[in-house]
Design a binder for this molecule. Structure first.
Ligand code: BES
Ligand code: MN
Ligand code: ZN
Length: 492
């Protein structure tokens, strides 16, 4: 997106639409009056009639003698109650109207009455527009003959100062990361294979500064004794990949955040074949996609932090060679694992990745992203992701970032009593522990592989992929976690 600014309405150029913000209850926003003073033709078309400026209210008026063909009167709700999130939601309406009317460039008049800082205001507005401006087209190019949808490619912020414009540009870089994540999750599972994820990681380290990628192929994975990743891979005709992507933005520091992402490129359930919900299981590498989107964003922003992404990736397929429920497998950690259910594959590949990270990568903290359990949707629906952690400081940091970016996290307990359920008669640990609190038990299985390292697990099974569009999130992949991680890393 091309984002520029002009100091005032008088300096604006032609565009498809001018967005004029209104607070609720004020018959005519002060800004509109001010605008009228700047432009003598302005008073007529913005007579507000029964428009009240309520949250979510939007009215389009067609105008003449103006640099734009149309004005959008956009309701923002009560001025004193404005938040960044309300801006995101309000401006997503603008994007949707632009798409319907095939508008590709807009002028956005910034509200003057500021319940919040100018930078937060621009952050909310620009993020709302950019996040809702996404359409997944890579597949459609081949499959659908229709014209591709028109999306916004240019926006001018009227009244933004230099610092505010910088916020907008930063926001645009972060949203590019979010959109990379969305593209990877939305792609066909047949295309987005472990090999493809590895190629994307390699590509990132070519274009992003201070970034290096290492990929373990199957032979190396065997050599590293990652027996759990190999077990899950057995039913698949595609080889697994173990991807390590390192960004060194602060080479002098030893501080390193490792983000681990579940990279199951398709989850059939294996021999415990899924009886429902399989049609959305291309999303099961959303954690991996979040890792790649985050590295893309962090490296493009040039953040002065060290971040390493780790992705254990394979398909969980069904075949006569598939791994078996009830059998015992040994992974990188050397712990023996009784396989409770082949559909609990995510925790197995993550166990190898976590154990490797602790052993080889000297992490200061580990955060894993995984579409791990269907149960998390029963617990939290799609308004929050599950947070599980052995560390209060890290948890609080994550929750704070989640509040800033509105990728809300809700912490669930890791009471030792739940671990009883993971006891096995034939191995060190069992991968599953019955129906009750199954998201927690999955997290406690992971915990067994991180030792004392500060660690947080984010179960994004209900937030990474939506079956219908919601506010500024398009249908399907949301890119959950990228904005969260950038915020966390900025505030370390
Ligand atoms: N990938 C699924 C979890 C999932 C479900 C993600 C719905 C996104 C949407 C995971 O591998 C899985 O199958 N989990 C099982 C675990 C069970 C067998 C212990 C589940 O949640 O049913
Ligand atoms: Mn599964
Ligand atoms: Zn899965």
């Amino acid at each position: 997106m091309d984002i520029t600014s002009v100091p005032s309405l008088a300096g604006r150029k032609s565009a498809g639409l001018l967005v004029i913000p209104f607070w609720k209850g004020k018959k005519q926003a002060k800004i509109a009056v001010e605008a009228a003073a700047l432009n003598k033709h302005f008073t007529g078309p913005i007579s507000t009639q029964d428009f009240q400026g309520k949250e979510g209210e939007i009215v389009i008026v067609y105008v003449t003698g103006q640099p734009e063909k149309r004005f959008a009167l956009l309701g923002l709700g009560v001025e004193e109650e404005i938040t960044v999130e309300k801006f995101r939601r309000a401006y997503a309406h603008v994007t949707k109207i632009c798409r319907k009317k095939k508008i590709s460039d807009i002028n956005v008049l910034l509200p003057k009455q500021r319940g919040i800082s100018g930078q937060d205001l621009v952050y909310g507005i620009v993020e709302g527009i950019l996040l809702s401006n996404y359409v997944f087209t890579s597949l459609q190019k081949d499959v659908i003959k229709d014209e591709p949808p028109v999306i916004l490619s240019k926006m001018t912020l009227i009244g933004a100062n230099k610092a505010e414009l910088e916020v907008a540009h930063k926001c645009s870089i972060i949203c590019d990361g979010v959109n990379l994540t969305r593209d990877l999750v939305n792609g066909n599972a047949d295309d987005v294979t472990p090999h493809h994820l590895a190629a994307v990681a390699r590509g990132l380290s070519k274009t992003c500064p201070h970034t290096t990628t290492t990929v373990f192929d199957k032979k190396r994975i065997v050599k590293e004794k990652m027996g759990l990743l190999l077990a899950v891979n057995r039913g698949s005709t595609s080889d697994p990949a173990f991807i390590i992507i390192e960004y060194k933005g602060n080479p002098k520091s030893k501080d390193k955040t490792v983000i681990v992402g579940k990279g199951i490129t398709f989850d059939t359930g294996g021999l415990n074949l899924k009886s429902s919900g399989m049609e959305t299981m291309k999303q099961d590498m959303a954690g991996a996609a979040t890792v790649l989107g985050t590295i893309h964003a962090v490296a493009s922003l040039g953040l002065k932090v060290n971040v390493t992404g780790v992705i254990p990736s394979t398909e969980n397929s069904i075949s006569s060679t598939s791994y078996k429920p009830g059998d015992v497998y040994v992974g990188y950690s050397g712990k023996t694992v009784e396989n409770g259910n082949t559909d609990a594959e995510g925790r197995l590949v993550l166990a190898d990745a976590l154990a490797y990270t602790v052993d080889q990568l000297s992490p200061t903290r580990i955060i894993d992203f995984a579409t791990l359990t269907g149960a998390i949707e029963i617990t939290l629906g799609d308004e929050a992701s599950g947070l599980f952690s052995n560390n209060d400081v890290l948890s609080d940091l994550l929750i704070r970032s989640g509040t800033i970016t509105s990728e809300r996290l809700w912490r669930l307990p890791l009471y030792p009593e739940y671990k009883e359920a993971l006891k096995s008669d034939i191995a060190d640990i069992k991968s599953t522990g019955g129906r009750g609190a199954s998201s927690i038990k999955a997290a406690m299985f992971l915990q067994a592989f991180v030792g004392e390292t500060p660690w947080a697990h984010l179960d994004i099974a209900s937030t990474a992929f939506l079956t219908s569009e919601k506010r500024y999130q398009p249908k399907n992949a949301t890119g959950m976690g990228v904005r969260l991680m950038v915020s966390l890393l900025e505030n370390l």
